[in-house]
Write a protein that binds this ligand. Structure first.
Ligand SMILES: [Zn+2]
Length: 185
């Protein structure tokens, strides 16, 4: 039988952590003016998209559950992040089991390194995970990528590889997002 020519070609994605990748790593970013987007972020996202990839942020925001930032402020921050970097989407997990805001104080399947945020993006965009990447600065980012079955890239532009919460084996270790974009096919 002839192959269906209309078969959808799935796009690949570059999943990006926010802090330490697109913006400066700070323990908690509570207000919009505390979010310090790297000057090269926009240019890097442009290049990722020009190479045919979706650029999708996946970020744990337990500050919401911890009472450090209101979810509506985070949503506004995400809007600004999209506007200033050009990323296609921002997925966030506001939950944390030991949080103090009852609504968010629960375990969930979207908190990295669990794959809920990537699963949601795959549902929406139909992504080819075998050709996709997870780029982050922390062990949870690498574990998430491995759990989701994408290539993993550890950047040194955040907490730094010396401060990993646990030992991980990323596929690549690079200085910052500019180095990743240069090597991306
Ligand atoms: Zn969650």
């Amino acid at each position: 039988m002839e192959k269906n020519a209309a078969e959808t070609i799935k796009r690949a994605a570059v999943f990006l952590d926010r802090d330490g990748v697109l913006a400066r790593e700070k323990s908690y970013v509570a207000t919009i003016d505390q979010m310090e987007i790297f000057p090269y972020a926009r240019e890097c996202v442009d290049k990722i998209k020009a190479k045919g990839y979706l650029a999708i942020v996946v970020t744990n925001q337990s500050g919401v559950a911890r009472g450090i930032i209101a979810e509506e402020d985070l949503v506004e921050m995400n809007r600004l992040l999209m506007e200033q970097t050009g990323v296609d989407a921002v997925y966030y997990c506001p939950h944390y089991e030991k949080g103090i805001i009852a609504k968010y104080a629960r375990p969930c399947s979207c908190r990295k390194p669990q794959t809920g945020m990537i699963d949601a993006a795959v549902q929406k965009y139909g992504i080819d995970l075998t050709k996709s990447y997870m780029v982050g600065d922390r062990a949870t980012d690498i574990l998430l990528g491995q759990n989701a079955g994408v290539s993993t890239v550890l950047l040194e532009s955040g907490y730094g590889t010396a401060r990993l919460e646990e030992p991980v084996t990323p596929d690549y270790i690079m200085r910052d997002l500019r180095d990743f974009v240069r090597t991306l096919l």
